[in-house]
Design a protein around this ligand. Structure first.
Ligand code: GUN
Length: 295
C-alpha cells in the first residue's frame, strides 16, 4: 500500500501568511496599522517560545505587536486593569493572553474581560456562542479554524464524513466539534467526540474517515485506531525526554506517525502540521479584527 500524503501545515500557513500580508497592505493604504498585544505571565518556557513565534510571524506579515510580560505573582486585578486599558485603545485590534496561566489567576474571568471584538483567540463566551450558532461576524478559535482550513486547501471533503475527535478541551475538541457540525460545504460532518470517560475508544476511532487527535497523550493513537485510508490530523504537543537532542527533550504528537503513515491516506506531520496553521489563523483573525473595527 502507498504511504499517506502529507498535510503540510508549514506550506499552507506560508500561503495564508502571504494573503494576510496583502490584507495588511490594503489596510495600511487606508491608514490602518493592524496591531496585536500578546500577554504572558510567569516563566513557562513553552509559552515564551509560542509568544516569540507569534510575534516573529506578526512582524513578517507587517502586523505591529507588543508583548506584555507579567511576573508569576501578578494579581488578577493588574491583568484585568491592563486588559481594560487595551480594550479601550483604538490603535490595538487584537489581544491574546497566552495560556496556561498560574493557578491563582482565573482563565475564565480573563477570557470574559477581553473585548470580544479584539478576542483574536476566540475564547470569549460571546465568540464561542456565536460560533455555535454559525455566525460569521466573530472570532473562531485558531486551532479548529486552522484544521478546517488545512483540509479545505488540500480539497479533503468533510461533508457527510465520519469525523472522530479525540479530546474535549475548550480550545480544540469542543469548538472543533461545533465547527465541523456547521451547515457549510467545509463542515456538514457526522461528529463523534471521545474522551477519557468514553468506552470503546479504539472502536470509535476505527470508524473515522477523518480522525483528529487532540488529547495531549504522546503517541496514543497507534495503528489499530485507524481505518485504512483515513485522514489523520495530529494536534498533540508532548515533550518526551531525549538525551540525543541538545535541549534534552523532543516534541512528539498524539499520533504514532511512522506507523500510521503506512495506512492513512493523508496525515499531518508533527511538528509542521497543525501548529503553523494555528499561528496563520491567529494573524488572519487579527486582520479581521482590524477590518471589523472600521465604522
Ligand atoms: N496555549 C495553547 N494554545 C493556545 C492558544 O491557541 N491561545 C492561547 N492564548 N494560549 C494557548
Amino acid at each position: 500500500m502507498e504511504e499517506a500524503q502529507l498535510l503540510d501545515g508549514r506550506y499552507v500557513a506560508g500561503q495564508i501568511h502571504r494573503e494576510t500580508m496583502e490584507a495588511v497592505q490594503r489596510l495600511r493604504r487606508k491608514g490602518i496599522l493592524p496591531c496585536v498585544v500578546f500577554i504572558r505571565v510567569g516563566n513557562h518556557p513553552p509559552s515564551e517560545l509560542y509568544v516569540r513565534m507569534k510575534q516573529k510571524k506578526a512582524q513578517e506579515v507587517g502586523i505591529q505587536s507588543e508583548v506584555i510580560s507579567f511576573p508569576e505573582d501578578v494579581s488578577q486585578k493588574e491583568v484585568l486593569d491592563n486588559l481594560n486599558r487595551l480594550n479601550l485603545d483604538p490603535s490595538i485590534h487584537g489581544i491574546l493572553v497566552q495560556l496556561p496561566l498560574p493557578s491563582h489567576l482565573s482563565e475564565k474571568q480573563i477570557a470574559l474581560a477581553i473585548n470580544p471584538k479584539k478576542d483574536i483567540d476566540g475564547f470569549h463566551p460571546l465568540n464561542l456562542g456565536k460560533m455555535l450558532l454559525g455566525e460569521k461576524d466573530c472570532f473562531y478559535p485558531c486551532t479548529p479554524l486552522g484544521i478546517q482550513e488545512l483540509l479545505k486547501r488540500y480539497k479533503i471533503e468533510i461533508e457527510g464524513k465520519e469525523v472522530v475527535i479525540l479530546g474535549r478541551s475548550n480550545i480544540v475538541g469542543k469548538p472543533l466539534a461545533a465547527l465541523f457540525l456547521q451547515k457549510s460545504k467545509y463542515a456538514n460532518a457526522t461528529v463523534t467526540v471521545v474522551h477519557s470517560f468514553s468506552q470503546n475508544i479504539k472502536e470509535h476511532c476505527r470508524q473515522a474517515d477523518i480522525l483528529i487527535a487532540a488529547m495531549g497523550k504522546a503517541r496514543f493513537v497507534t495503528r489499530d485506531f485507524v481505518k485504512p485510508k483515513a485522514v489523520v490530523v495530529d494536534v498533540g504537543v508532548s515533550r518526551i525526554a531525549d538525551s540525543s537532542s541538545p535541549q534534552g527533550y523532543r516534541i512528539v504528537g498524539d499520533v504514532d506517525f511512522d506507523e500510521i503513515k503506512k495506512i492513512a491516506s493523508w496525515i499531518t506531520p508533527n511538528p509542521g502540521g497543525v501548529g503553523p496553521m494555528t499561528i496563520a489563523m491567529l494573524l488572519a483573525n487579527t486582520v479581521k479584527a482590524a477590518e471589523l473595527s472600521q465604522p
